[in-house]
Design a protein around this ligand. Sequence first.
Ligand code: V0V
Ligand code: CO
Length: 150
Amino acid sequence: MFVRIDHVGIAVHDLEEKIEFFTKTFGLTVVAREVNEEQGVKEAMLRVRDGNYVQLLEPLTPDSPVGKFLARRGEGVHHVAFGVPDVAEAMRVIDARGVRLLDERPRHGSMGSSIAFLHPKDVTGVLTELVQSDHPGRPLFHGNNDSPEG
Ligand code: V0V
Ligand code: CO
């Protein structure tokens, strides 16, 4: 059901400072920025290639998911997000396989996507996100996964 690694979410204290670091150090480009009140984050998507991103996440409040994570563990990888063709269908199948869903229905995610989270304790300690997107910059999958292009 996973068609790509869509993004790696990284918790940061200062979004602007870390955008500067990732763009200057690795030559990545910011392709989207959003404040997501429901998720409690200010975030930026940095493109590695179409469909594959680094997501930098700054908490809006200390009691949000990313705020609590930063207080407990400090900056670092917060979640891994996989692209799926149909998030509602993926949720149904994964739920039936006994993994706890953190969302009852898909939520609004970056660049117009529909997202849902799985409990980290049921995925070997990894907070896992499902992403469905029909954004042109997020193709379902690449025709040839062996030859990355620019
Ligand atoms: C908490 N735990 C984690 C974790 N956060 N483990 C791995 N990765 C993380 N990010 C562990 C924590 O250490 C505890 O383990 C256990 O899970 C239960 O923690 P808790 O005290 O219940 O923690 P809470 O209240 O912080 O809740 C954790 C969860 C929460 C994962 C349930 O953060 C959540 O609902 N997250 C989903 C929404 C989210 O993260 N949104 C921000 C990204 P021990 O100590 O018991 O062993 S928004 C986004 O990605 C967007 C918009 C997008 O992509 O478009
Ligand atoms: Co994410």
